[in-house]
Design a protein around this ligand. Sequence first.
Ligand SMILES: O=C(CCCCNC(=O)Nc1ccc(S(=O)(=O)N2CCN(c3cc(Cl)cc(C(F)(F)F)c3)CC2)cc1)NO
Ligand SMILES: [Mn+2]
Length: 240
Amino acid sequence: MATLFIADLHLSLHEPAITAGFLRFLRHEAVHADALYILGDLFDAWIGDDDPQPLHATVAAEVYKLHQRGVPCYFVHGNRDFLLGKRFADESAMTLLPTETVLDLYGQKILILHGDTLCTDDHAYQKFRRRVHNPFIQRLFLRLPLSLRVKIANKMRAASQQANQQKTQQIMDVNPEKVRERLRHHQVNTLIHGHTHRPAIHQIDLDGAHARRAVLGAWHQAGSMIKVTPQNIELIAFPF
Ligand SMILES: O=C(CCCCNC(=O)Nc1ccc(S(=O)(=O)N2CCN(c3cc(Cl)cc(C(F)(F)F)c3)CC2)cc1)NO
Ligand SMILES: [Mn+2]
């Protein structure tokens, strides 16, 4: 009896070892779980479900096999793959979840989200996020020829990397008050997210009560998952 959470694999054609690790994880670990939640940035970029990259079809087919084995898979958008849509979700039999969801797992309420919305000190990013989450802008972008979307994406990824180098570590982490505000809003004492690539389970004092924030690691040299069972919540790093 376990529910698994992963995030920030940043799958791309340039990192075949991570893709191979993910497929092994699906076949040997996720297949035995009650459910798998992917909390965003599964892909390093996403410019539309019509992008014919072979990687997408490979991943969709492998995730679909979970569904055939009776393991539900849920997806929360990250700041990279926020355009992943219904077509890919159907191909992979993933259920798309909103930005924030409160789960009731084995009797414990848990708030799940990607984590970028917690980084409220990163004003430049929040401004970027508001713009690209505008439905009108999204419809416009997705109507552009794929070749133009590729060009824009390459420019934006480079600009992102550039911008991140200028940012302090502090502003790129979650804002502690925002974390507490979200826990209060949903009336939960446990939160699981990714995005910051700083894996840890933090104990939080929430108005005198005990709360915790569990952060998933990115998949670079190893895999990272959070395993929730009726007894506890574990952060596990594993070789892929
Ligand atoms: O940790 C931190 C740092 C976080 C860093 C955040 N930066 C970050 O995520 N950047 C980023 C994310 C996705 C990509 S992309 O390549 O996948 N792709 C680019 C083009 N996309 C687009 C969509 C729309 Cl609707 C509209 C446009 C428009 F209008 F601009 F053309 C473009 C779709 C997505 C490229 C870069 N902060 O706390
Ligand atoms: Mn992210």
